[in-house]
Each structure stands twice: as structure tokens, then as C-alpha cells.
Design a protein around this ligand. Structure first.
Ligand SMILES: Cc1ncc(COP(=O)(O)O)c(C=O)c1O
Length: 477
């Protein structure tokens, strides 16, 4: 017999429907529990029945209930603690009314971005309610420490939580003191570059590469020097030959931007040797490796470095939202002071309450849960895009589909000019980028297509539209 709970009336849970056309079971369980919680019939603070009891009552596997509960937690409707089970969330104003919660739900509030938007995560599926609750909790309990100026390194609990996270997930070798919080990856790049390089120093930049990083380094008075990228990553031999006096290298080894390839181990070792052999520095931008769709997780370049030559940079822009503006640099002890001085001279620090909220999200497991959900969602979106590209656009586009990240590169068939393709796509309200935007060299014509922020259906439809536009362009030749 399933146990009755003080909170959810188990008897009112309808069984799931099965058969052709029925929604997935976890979706049904989620919808049922969500409706019940939002109905206000369950007092805030009431404990949910055990997942085992719910599973038995409605005839589904316990895992199905766990998935549904995970989503309720992400929505901020339920809070689960190890040992004490899951409770309906209490707000100061009592349980969320169905109306308030519906209005607050992200899908209701946001229009989806255009298909192929580059660099955007699934902003349509961000747990807005949860974030609002975590933020409200922090503001309400804010102590003077969080309301004045903070330490230039960042909010200590966040630095500690991130250090742990990076050691566990990216094999980064660091203590919490080495983690410096900055308002964005570019800000992190700016303070680290300022700290270790001098004006007019040369810096190798991947070509094709992340143009905003090149612009930032140039604006810091550095001389950016393009080095070609091949299937193994940055071509270090060419770098040594062309720009032997360079003192820095900016790389995206885990997921080269924009091509998406992974730097080979041989190249990683070579790059670290290059840096260790003189007073040189490697800026490792690890911007979106959380989302790896195949193969084992990759370790960072920083984790391989035995000579303290790597300045590791990561960001929350893909993992959560670009709007959160929290990134971090992990720096060797011997340059820590110089980086902190550079931070004081520029932004001083990122918004403190936001740092505290992120620390809570990390330590309470919300971030890990969100990443799990997003990994599944991005796998579905990527699959839909690749399927559409190969089945309906194979004659005009051939795809380079990296195993990580939130975008793919599609080469244009001979005879289709990149600029014409980009213009035609823009006119059809599709947000595609030409590969040449990211390069100093002549590249084969190609498009960079983001898939993080658009639904599978949107991507499929947009790919059909793009394919017919490209066919028209080819005919016009
Ligand atoms: C290579 C690379 N680095 C970093 C970022 C993100 O930077 P930020 O933290 O400033 O949003 C992006 C965003 O698209 C990127 O493509």
C-alpha cells in the first residue's frame, strides 16, 4: 500500500495514458504534479509523497517520477533535500497562485529567438521561477557583505564551489584562491591579458577564431597574429614559423570556435612546451564544453600544464544565460596579484548578489540538474538539425558536426557565394553567420548555424527554408 502523505493527495493523481499519440509518461506525470502544486490545494511547505509511492499509485517506473520531479525543481515549484524529501516551495507570500506561476513560466513569457541564432543557449527553457526564488531569497537575507563592495576575486563561496566544480568536471588543477570571478569571458580575458602581457606584445589567435576575443586583445594594445587551424587545432608549427616573437596564444582547445574540433593531445603538449620554453602564456577559452554529445568528457588544457603557463577562462553564458554575466578565470598563483590589480582597475567585481545566487545554484545541485536537462534538450535539437540538413539540404550544404557545443558548420555547395547566402537568409529572418566573419584567410564558403535556442520543429522548418533559398541562389548563377 502506498503511504498517504501530509501534502499531495495521492488518490487524486490520474493514471498515465498510454498508446499511440500519448505524450511521454514523464511529461504526463510532470503535468499532473505541476497542476496539483499550482492548484493551491497543497499547502506550501507540504512534503511530496515519496517517488516510490507516486510511481506505484499511477503505475509508472520510479525513474519516470524522478524525471518529473527534476523538472518541478527546475521550475522552482519544489525543493528537494537529501534525507528530508521534496517539499512544495514556500514563498513569503504563501504558495504561488496558479496564475502567478503561469505568468512566470518562461515559455509563456519569452518569444523564441530566431532559428540558427549563434551563441545562445535554450533561453526559452531557462528555469525562470527557480532563479527568481533563489534571487529573492538572497535579497531578502542580504547582509552588509553582499550590499557593499566585494573582494576583487569574487564572492568566496562561489569561488570555492567553482573550484570544486572545475576540478571534478574539467580536471582543472586549482585551489579556490586561483578562481577569479569576472563579468563575462571577455572581461576575464582582459584582466588576465593585462596582468601577464605588455602593450604591443604579439598574441597568436586561431584562424578561423572568435573575433570578439581578437577585438578585445587589440583594444588592450596587443598585436593579434592569426595562426591557421587544421583538423588537430591550432597549427603550432606555423605559429612558430610566422610569429616567433609572440608572447601569448588564445585557443579554444576543447571545442574550437567556430569549427568545433578538439585540439589533439600532441598539439596540446606542443603548445604547452612552446609556452614553457620562454615567458609565454596560453589563454584557454573553455566556453561551452559542458555540452558534449558523444565520447568521454574532455579534460582541460590547464589540467595538463605542469609549468603554470595557462590562464583558464570559462563562462556561465552557455551553461545558464548570457544575461547572467558571470565568468571566471583560473590563474597560476604567481600572477594572482597582478590579475587582481587588473580587476580592481577595470570592473572591480561582478554583481555580488548574482554571484551569491550562482553559488547557491551550484551547491544546492540546481546547476547540475539544469545541465542534465539541457544536455538532453540540446541532443534532441542537434539531432533534429542534423537530420534536416542531411535529408533536405544535402545537395546545397555539407555539414561538419562536432561532438560538442551548440552550433554546427555547414559548407556551401560549389557555386553558392557565402555573402549571397547570408543576405538571402537574413532577408528570410534566419540568423546565419558566414564562416569568413571569423577568418583573415580565404576560407571555403560556409555557414555557422546555432541550434541551442530554437526548438527541434523550428530548426527543421528553418533548414527547409534555407535549403530552398540556397537552391535558388545556385540556379541564378
Ligand atoms: C569562444 C567564445 N568564448 C566566450 C564566449 C562568451 O563570452 P561571455 O562570457 O562574454 O558571454 C563566447 C560566446 O559566444 C564564445 O563563442
Amino acid at each position: 500500500m502506498p503511504r498517504r502523505s501530509q501534502g499531495l493527495p495521492l488518490l487524486h493523481l490520474p493514471p498515465v495514458t498510454t498508446g499511440p499519440g500519448a505524450p511521454p509518461r514523464s511529461q504526463q506525470v510532470y503535468a499532473t504534479l505541476r497542476t496539483l502544486v499550482l492548484s493551491g490545494r497543497v499547502p506550501a511547505g507540504a512534503r511530496l509523497p515519496s517517488t516510490r509511492a507516486v510511481a506505484a499509485a499511477i503505475g509508472v517506473a520510479r525513474n519516470t517520477v524522478l524525471q518529473a520531479i527534476d523538472r518541478l525543481v527546475s521550475d522552482g515549484l519544489v525543493d528537494c533535500r537529501r534525507g528530508s524529501g521534496c517539499r512544495v516551495v514556500t514563498t513569503r507570500s504563501g504558495p504561488l497562485s496558479p496564475r502567478a506561476a503561469t505568468v512566470a513560466h518562461p515559455q509563456a513569457r519569452h518569444a523564441r529567438p530566431r532559428a540558427f541564432a549563434l551563441g545562445l543557449p535554450a533561453i526559452d527553457d531557462f528555469p525562470v521561477d527557480l532563479w527568481a526564488r533563489l534571487t529573492r531569497r538572497r535579497w531578502r537575507a542580504a547582509t552588509p557583505t553582499l550590499l557593499g563592495y566585494g573582494s576583487p576575486g569574487g564572492y568566496r563561496p562561489l569561488r570555492e564551489a567553482l573550484a570544486q566544480h572545475l576540478r571534478d568536471t574539467r580536471a582543472v588543477r586549482c585551489s579556490w584562491e586561483q578562481v577569479i570571478i569576472a563579468p563575462g569571458a571577455r572581461a576575464a580575458l582582459a584582466i588576465t591579458a593585462k596582468a601577464v602581457l605588455a602593450a604591443r606584445d604579439q598574441v597568436w589567435m586561431e584562424d578561423p577564431g572568435y573575433t570578439p576575443a581578437a577585438q578585445l586583445l587589440t583594444s588592450e594594445g596587443l598585436r593579434v597574429r592569426p595562426v591557421p587551424v587544421d583538423h588537430e587545432g591550432l597549427d603550432i608549427r606555423q605559429g612558430r614559423r610566422r610569429w616567433p616573437r609572440a608572447r601569448g596564444a588564445y585557443v579554444t582547445p576543447s571545442h574550437q570556435f567556430p569549427l568545433g574540433l578538439t585540439m589533439s593531445l600532441a598539439r596540446r603538449v606542443d603548445l604547452l612546451e612552446w609556452a614553457a620554453g620562454a615567458d609565454r602564456w596560453v589563454f584557454e577559452d573553455d566556453y561551452d564544453t559542458e555540452f558534449r554529445h558523444a565520447g568521454p568528457p574532455l579534460a582541460s588544457l590547464q589540467g595538463l600544464d605542469r609549468h603554470d603557463r595557462v590562464l583558464y577562462i570559462g563562462t556561465m553564458s552557455k551553461r545558464l544565460l548570457p544575461a547572467i554575466r558571470i565568468a571566471y578565470a583560473v590563474v597560476p598563483h604567481r600572477v594572482l596579484d597582478a590579475v587582481l590589480q587588473a580587476q580592481i582597475a577595470s570592473d572591480r567585481h561582478a554583481a555580488l548578489i548574482d554571484q551569491a545566487v550562482l553559488a547557491d545554484a551550484l551547491t544546492e545541485g540546481h546547476l547540475a540538474r539544469h545541465a542534465r536537462r539541457m544536455r538532453a534538450l540540446y541532443a534532441e535539437r542537434r539531432e533534429a538539425l542534423l537530420h534536416a540538413l542531411t535529408t533536405s539540404a544535402g545537395d546545397v550544404l555539407s555539414v561538419l558536426a562536432p561532438e560538442a557545443g551548440l552550433h554546427v558548420v555547414a559548407w556551401l555547395a560549389p557555386g553558392i557565394r557565402e555573402a549571397a547566402a547570408v543576405d538571402a537568409a537574413k532577408a528570410a529572418r534566419l540568423e546565419v553567420r558566414g564562416l569568413s566573419t571569423y577568418s583573415h584567410r580565404r576560407q571555403p564558403a560556409g555557414l555557422v548555424l546555432g541550434y541551442g535556442a530554437a526548438s527541434a520543429a523550428q530548426l527543421t522548418e528553418a533548414t527547409h527554408t534555407l535549403a530552398s533559398l540556397l537552391r535558388r541562389l545556385r540556379k541564378r548563377r
